[in-house]
Design a protein around this ligand. Structure first.
Ligand SMILES: *Cc1c(COP(=O)(O)O)cnc(C)c1O
Length: 408
């Protein structure tokens, strides 16, 4: 067994695709210690800077006194606490939906929701750049599974016209996790209505940042529950805690409680996490300065990149990738930045399509303009040299045949 596995591992290494974990020794914050060394980090999804917020931590601590630590059982047995229930009510109000349902995490929310909503006689239409959990869920559902071109409403419509499926579910990221661009949710909602399809949006990266009070793409586009019936969000990114939710009609939530297997067959999240998230939700709504400061950092960074001629992508969100192309070049730049104590992750296939490797730079409300200056000057030292050198990937035939869109 080991011999066979090692062969595959070597293969991955040769292709510049090997992944290694870094060991973090501090909380999530701009200045971190990893494997004993200090870095300025631009790779967390803690966009609003709430993962280490004292009030949220205090709520967590208080709640462990009131509820203990473990969830103890699934929601349907005896694991559904008042803390979970109150957070659900508050998330429903926040999203302007009838109800919300908590899941352990975003991966499980997507698996549970999609498999509960569609099956063999149905069809799922997903943006080709959707998050891996959505793509996996579409496949697991047993429904006919199609990927339409990224943010291409016409391509989606062609596909919708051809199907005779019983139910049609359109699924998209709200903000694309590796690109930072926003889906044309208003147009997708129109198309869905014209074709009697259901629309589901995973707004893991939009909640907290987009919208006047952090209500994400649904708030930005002003989409009602009828227009956007399945709204999913995660709590581990902008909210700074952990978990996820699906919000929608009473019938949708009851359906998930009855049929979403990743909801039914798992232990509830620790109630203290729910209680901490209730505090986080208040801060998200109230502290608009966090969104405004992020907007300022994004503008400041993009202006700096334009002056330096860097390959910016079309993003107005805290996800600001620099597209560098080949896998090894992305790794090289990331390593050179690390030598200057700047941490930026190289994102490679299968997380993104082959040849579109990138540095995924993310900002948090706890970053300062000085941090952005430090990043830009480190990038200036390594980018142009790396971009002008030819880049040949040592990619095996198997990997080439797998190219195109993959999940990640
Ligand atoms: C991170 C992410 C998820 C998974 O959420 P977790 O709570 O981390 O499991 C799902 N969808 C998208 C778009 C994500 O970025």
């Amino acid at each position: 067994m080991s011999f066979e596995l090692e062969q595959d591992l070597r293969h991955r290494q040769a292709a510049g695709l090997y992944r290694r974990r870094k060991m973090l020794e501090t909380p999530q914050q701009p200045e971190v210690v990893i494997d004993g060394k200090q870095y300025l980090a631009f790779c967390s999804n803690d966009y609003l800077g709430l993962a280490n917020h004292p009030e949220i931590i205090a709520s967590f601590q208080q709640a462990t006194n009131d509820y203990g630590l473990g969830g103890g059982a699934s929601h349907l047995v005896i694991g559904h606490s008042r803390a979970h229930h109150q957070l659900e009510d508050e998330l429903a109000e926040f999203t302007g939906r009838d109800r919300a349902l908590l899941f352990s995490n975003g991966y499980m929310a997507n698996l549970g929701a999609i498999t509960a909503l569609v099956g063999k006689q149905d069809a799922v239409f997903e943006d080709r750049l959707n998050h891996a959990s959505l793509l996996d869920a579409g496949q697991l559902s047993g429904a006919r599974f199609q990927r339409y071109l990224h943010n291409d409403v016409e391509n989606l419509e062609l596909r919708l016209k051809k199907t005779d499926a019983r139910r049609k579910l359109i699924v998209t990221d709200g903000v694309f996790s590796m690109d930072g661009d926003v889906a044309p949710i208003d147009q997708l909602a129109d198309i869905a209505q014209q074709h009697q399809a259901w629309l589901m949006v995973d707004d893991a990266h939009g909640f907290g940042f987009l919208g006047e009070t952090g209500g994400g793409v649904a708030q930005t586009f002003g989409l009602s529950q009828e227009q956007l019936p399945v709204l999913m969000g995660t709590l581990g990114k902008g909210f700074g805690t952990y978990g996820a939710f699906v919000a929608g009609s009473d019938a949708l939530i009851e359906t998930l409680i009855q049929f979403a297997r990743s909801y039914i067959y798992t232990t509830s999240m620790p109630p203290a996490v729910a209680e901490a998230t209730r505090t986080s939700l208040k801060i998200v709504q109230k502290e608009s300065w966090r969104r405004e400061h992020l907007q300022d950092l994004i503008r400041y960074f993009r202006k700096g990149c334009e002056q330096l001629g860097f390959p910016l992508m079309d993003s107005q969100t805290p996800i600001q990738p620099l597209l560098v192309g080949c896998e090894k070049r992305a790794m090289e730049i990331s390593n050179k930045l690390a030598q200057q104590n700047i941490l930026v992750t190289a994102i490679r296939p299968p997380t993104v399509p082959k040849g579109s490797s990138r540095l995924r730079i993310t900002f948090s409300a706890t970053h300062t303009r000085q941090h952005v200056d430090d990043l830009l000057s480190a990038l200036e030292k390594v980018m142009s040299k790396a971009l002008h050198r030819p880049c040949v990937n040592d990619i095996s035939p198997e990997e080439l045949s797998n190219s195109g869109v993959t999940t990640g």
